[in-house]
Design a binder for this molecule. Structure first.
Ligand SMILES: Cc1ncc(COP(=O)(O)O)c(C=O)c1O
Length: 367
């Protein structure tokens, strides 16, 4: 048996006729840029995530870039982010000439630790970018208490909620990615920005379209980053399935929680109380330096695993050099990079496959 980290062909097979028809209908109209298909996608996704506005953009990285631009982030500004994240969270800050200021993560939930953020705030702090890593929200009450603008990197958290409030209700701006393996994936790149603020939404609609309202009238210096109508059509077909896909991921997580409960050197992920987790990843910690051996053991049995992320960004060459990162600066992020291992959790994972994964892990630990 083989177990991949995602099975996109299986998802296509299940929805083939609807997807093919949606693609054909966009092809038949020739309306590839914005228009009603994109608008419908924006409205539906905003509603699911608790936002008034959805602004479809080219990918999750551009969603972060444009969010920072909409807040006016630029040279001289500082933006607080965790170093344990995908590079996009940080590179977009640097691209705008601002300085990323790293704050460490809470080791239990892998998200930005408000206590460390408190130590990093200066008069130049323009925004905080918590990452809702692996699919659960950061400690939002703790972060909101600072009263600074918040951009939630929700690339992995579509459908997540905390204390009964959906992901986009917690931050001024929330960014999504529709990278194919995300919980809601396009057939290529796609992203969205969510907000309840009318003026930020208006600014973002200009920014994604060269700063223009569409009539060669330039009000802002913008970029060209729009969600394709073809991708929106695909997302519109998949959207009604998101809730049960997220439910299937949670069921797989519950299964692993029980099946892996007694393995020494394995620390299972914890969900914050009152949090609805999307389980974009089910990420365990493997202690005592045994991660590489476990990964290799599983690979030999045909089981794929992922390391998200192997290097904390303050130690990654370009950011280390530019911002003088040192080993020991953010110990919890560094330790997470050495210990984390993500297991297959995608919705199409069969019962036989997840049993095989759990039994193989128990066999490694001598269970
Ligand atoms: C946490 C996080 N932020 C940002 C991104 C960037 O999204 P994209 O690949 O769509 O640009 C991703 C996805 O890869 C991500 O996981």
């Amino acid at each position: 048996m083989t177990v991949p980290m995602a099975d996109l062909p299986a998802q296509y097979k299940a929805l083939k006729s609807e997807l093919d028809e949606a693609i054909s209908s966009v092809m038949a109209t020739g309306g590839f840029i914005l228009g009603p298909t994109v608008a419908a996608c924006e409205t539906q996704i905003a509603a699911i995530c608790g936002a008034k506005h959805g602004i479809g953009v080219g990918n999750g990285t551009d969603a972060l870039l444009l969010s920072l631009m909409a807040l006016g982030v630029g040279p001289g500004d500082e933006v607080i982010t965790p170093p344990f994240t995908f590079v996009a969270t940080v590179e977009t800050v640097v691209l705008l000439g601002a300085t990323p200021v790293f704050a460490d993560i809470d080791p239990v939930h892998f998200t930005l630790d408000p206590a460390d953020v408190a130590k990093k705030i200066t008069p130049r702090t323009k925004a905080i970018v918590p990452v809702h890593l692996f699919g659960q929200l950061a400690d939002m009450d703790g972060l909101r208490a600072f009263g600074l603008p918040l951009i939630g990197d929700g690339a992995q958290a579509i459908g997540a909620a905390q204390k009964g409030k959906e992901v986009a209700q917690w931050t001024d701006l929330t960014t999504l990615s529709f990278y194919p393996t995300k919980n809601l994936g396009a057939a290529g790149d796609g992203g969205m920005i969510l907000t309840n603020d009318d003026s930020l939404a208006e600014k973002l609609r200009l920014l994604r379209f060269h700063g223009s309202g569409g009539n060669y009238d330039y009000h802002l210096v913008g970029v060209c980053s729009r969600l394709d109508a073809l991708q929106a059509a695909i997302l519109n077909v998949k959207l009604p399935h998101l809730a049960h896909w997220n439910e299937a991921r949670r069921a797989n997580a519950t299964y692993y929680d029980t099946a892996l409960a007694n393995c020494d050197d394995l620390i299972l992920p914890k969900t914050r109380p009152d949090n609805l987790h999307t389980f974009h990843q089910y990420t365990v910690r493997v202690s005592n330096g045994r991660r590489a051996a476990l990964k290799a053991f599983l690979a030999e049995r045909g089981i794929a695993t992922g390391i998200f992320y192997p290097v904390a960004l303050h130690l990654s060459p370009i950011y280390q050099e530019r911002f003088m990162g040192k080993l020991g600066d953010h110990p919890e992020s560094e330790r997470a990079c050495d210990e984390v291992l993500s297991l297959p959790i995608y919705p199409e994972l069969s019962v036989e496959q997840r049993v095989y994964v759990a039994e193989s892990i128990c066999a490694f630990f001598g269970g």
